[in-house]
Design a protein around this ligand. Structure first.
Ligand code: SG4
Ligand code: ZN
Length: 261
C-alpha cells in the first residue's frame, strides 16, 4: 500500500481504499449530479451564513490544497437553515482545481467539470469537537461553490489569491485576518443537497453537502495563481500543485434534492 495518500498514480484516488477502506463505502463523495434525476423538495428552506470577519486566522499550503483556517472555539461564524438542523461552525475553507480550465472540480454537473471547487467546511457543535463530529452522520456540512473562468471575475477572490504569494511551497503558512468568506457566495442561493463523505482519506461519511447551483467567475490569471503553488517543500524542486480532485463516486441509490425547480 502507498505510504502517503495523494493525487498521483501511485497514491491517488484509485488506491486510497487500500489504506482507508471507508473510501469504498456506500455514501462517498463527490458524485455526478444529473439534473433530470434530482428531486425538487419544496420543504427545503434557504440557508444563511453569519460569519464574523474576525474569525479568520491563517492561510496555508499543505502540499495538497491551500486552506484558510477560522477560529471555531465558539459559535462566531455559523451556517444555518437549508437541510440543516441547528447551527454549524465554520472551521476552514479550501479549494480543488485542475491543470487546465476544463477540469478541476470534484462534483460534476450534467457532465460538466468546472475549473475549480471551493469548499467551506462547518461542523455541528452538538458533538463536542470536530473529531467527534466526524463520527456522526450529521457531523459536518460543506458548502461547495464552483469556479469557472469568465469575463467578470469575482474581485472578492483576490484576497485569497494575493496571499498565495506568501505560501508558494508546502508547509508555508501566513496570517490571514479580517476576512468574511460570505463575500464569495454567488447571487443565487439555489442549491442541491445530499448525504456524502469527505473527498479525501479517510473519507468519513459525515457530510451534508450543500452545492450551490450558480458558479462564481474567476479570471485565467487567478487560476494561474492557484496552479503556481508547489506541492513540494521550499528546498525541493517546484512541482505544480494541480489536479487535487477526486473523481465522482457511485451514487448507490442516494437521492439528490434540489431547493429549486
Ligand atoms: C482538503 O484536503 C482539506 O485541506 C482538508 O482539511 C479536508 O479534510 C479535506 O480537503 C476534505 O474535505 O471538503 N474536500 S472536503 O471533503 O476537513 C478535513 C484538513 O485536513 C477533515 C484540515
Ligand atoms: Zn474539499
Amino acid at each position: 500500500a502507498q505510504s502517503v495518500w495523494g493525487y498521483d498514480s501511485d497514491n491517488g484516488p484509485e488506491r486510497w481504499h487500500e489504506n482507508y477502506p471507508l473510501a469504498k463505502g456506500d455514501k462517498q463523495s463527490p458524485i455526478e449530479i444529473n439534473s433530470k434525476d434530482v428531486q425538487h423538495d419544496s420543504s427545503l428552506s434557504s440557508w444563511h451564513a453569519s460569519y464574523d470577519p474576525g474569525a479568520a486566522k491563517t492561510i496555508l499550503n499543505n502540499g495538497r490544497t491551500c486552506r484558510v483556517v477560522f477560529d471555531d472555539t465558539f459559535d462566531r461564524s455559523v451556517l444555518r437553515g437549508g437541510p440543516l438542523t441547528g447551527a454549524y461552525r465554520l472551521r476552514q475553507l479550501h479549494l480543488h482545481w485542475g491543470s487546465s480550465d476544463d477540469h478541476g472540480s470534484e462534483h460534476v454537473i450534467d457532465g460538466v467539470k468546472h475549473a475549480a471547487e471551493l469548499h467551506m467546511v462547518h461542523w455541528n457543535p452538538k458533538h463536542g469537537n470536530f473529531a467527534g463530529a466526524l463520527k456522526q452522520p450529521d457531523g459536518v456540512a460543506v458548502v461547495g461553490i464552483f469556479l469557472k473562468v469568465g469575463k467578470t471575475p469575482k474581485p472578492e477572490m483576490k484576497r485569497i489569491l494575493e496571499e498565495i504569494e506568501n505560501i508558494k511551497t508546502k508547509g508555508k503558512e501566513a496570517p490571514f485576518q479580517h476576512f468574511d468568506p460570505s463575500i464569495l457566495f454567488p447571487k443565487s442561493r439555489d442549491y442541491w443537497t445530499y448525504h456524502g463523505s469527505f473527498t479525501t482519506p479517510p473519507c468519513e461519511e459525515c457530510i451534508t453537502w450543500i452545492l450551490l447551483r450558480e458558479p462564481i467567475e474567476v479570471s485565467s490569471d487567478q487560476m494561474a495563481k492557484l496552479r503556481s503553488l508547489s506541492k513540494n517543500n521550499e528546498n525541493e524542486p517546484m512541482s505544480p500543485l494541480v489536479d487535487n480532485w477526486r473523481p465522482p463516486q457511485p451514487l448507490k441509490g442516494r437521492i439528490v434534492r434540489a431547493s429549486f425547480k
